[in-house]
Design a protein. Structure first.
Length: 323
């Protein structure tokens, strides 16, 4: 992007929309690692280990947290960057001529803009492969240090994956909120639970989304299975249904579509990809069965429910005072 800046082809705002301003942080991180490796080599032509350097740079180096944040932002915006590139190529003649010139240069063969995006986004997945090769060259006396370095790299990549998963979860919830019918309402302990109750924002105590997924639920009244969106928050479990591009509270028979998390007991159905959700509340007890498409989905939700139950007890948040 240096050339785009040098020739003032794009404004700073458009450029930041094309590529997030995080590349300096990634350069700092990798150059710091490279400088220390070169310094170690300069100290002796026969290096005995580099695992200590890798461990330090990936666990608590001066640029570790900045690099993690930069990778998160870059990967989150990769698809948007690719789309913006296509738009600029079709509508901005100066931009198109510049990139046609650069990508036609033999020095940058197979280094197109989109390929470079993918190269940066996939780099974290290559770290452990690189370290695996390095560790084979180290002596047995450094095996423990090499293992710690490998675990530090794995932790770095896992934290990145978790960051991206959380951002994608919030993106999905934002989309659902924007398409949730404002006139729709459900039931919580046989009381009305509205759009405002579900989506209200309290700066001091915000509702936190933990998991979103599609499940199948038996509609006893209609004698069929319905596709239902299940949303787990830190205080409630909610069920929605999509119709005509809009989301509505999923109301059926005597079941509430909003349940307090702390009143839930989760039981796995043997030899099936199903969970029994048991509601234990002095005001209203209930039992629901939800079915998942795959065992992977089932395992994911079991983990989500376990994590949700292990959190500090959170009372159900309401947008208005309850009588």
């Amino acid at each position: 992007m240096v050339g785009v800046q040098f020739y003032s082809i794009l404004s700073d705002t458009v450029l930041n929309n094309l590529i997030p301003n995080v590349l300096d942080s990634l350069l700092d991180f990798h150059l710091s690692l490279l400088r220390r490796l070169r310094q170690r080599r300069a100290e002796s032509p026969m290096m005995t280990t580099v695992s200590d350097i890798v461990l330090d740079e990936f666990s608590n180096g001066p640029f570790t947290h900045a690099a993690l944040a930069a990778y998160t932002t870059f990967c989150q915006h990769k698809d948007r960057s690719s789309h913006n590139y296509e738009v600029l190529m079709s509508k901005n003649s100066r931009f198109r001529k510049y990139f046609e010139s650069v990508e036609g240069d033999p020095r940058y063969k197979e280094r197109s803009f989109k390929y470079s995006l993918l190269l940066v986004a996939q780099r974290p997945t290559k770290y452990t492969i690189l370290l695996d090769q390095l560790s084979k060259q180290e002596g047995s006396e450094f095996r423990e240090e090499a293992f710690k370095a490998f675990e530090a790299m794995k932790s770095f990549v896992k934290r990145l994956d978790n960051n991206l998963a959380i951002m994608e979860l919030h993106r999905r919830w934002d989309h659902i909120q924007s398409n949730l019918d404002r006139s729709s309402s459900g039931r919580y302990l046989d009381e009305k639970f509205s759009y405002e109750d579900l989506t209200h924002i309290c700066k001091e105590d915000q509702r936190m989304i933990l998991c979103i997924g599609q499940v199948q639920m038996k509609n006893v009244k209609e004698d069929r299975f319905d596709s239902v969106l299940m949303l787990l928050f830190d205080d409630i479990l909610a069920f929605l249904q999509q119709k005509g591009g809009k989301y509505y509270f999923y109301n059926q028979s005597n079941h509430d579509c909003v349940i307090a998390v702390q009143s839930l007991l989760i039981r796995q159905v043997p030899r099936q990809t199903s969970l029994m959700i048991v509601v234990v509340d002095r005001k209203k007890s209930d039992m629901l069965e939800v079915m998942f498409n795959t065992k992977t989905d089932l395992t994911h939700w079991l983990h989500a429910f376990t994590s949700g139950k292990e959190r500090p007890i959170v009372k159900v948040r309401w947008a208005r005072p309850q009588q």
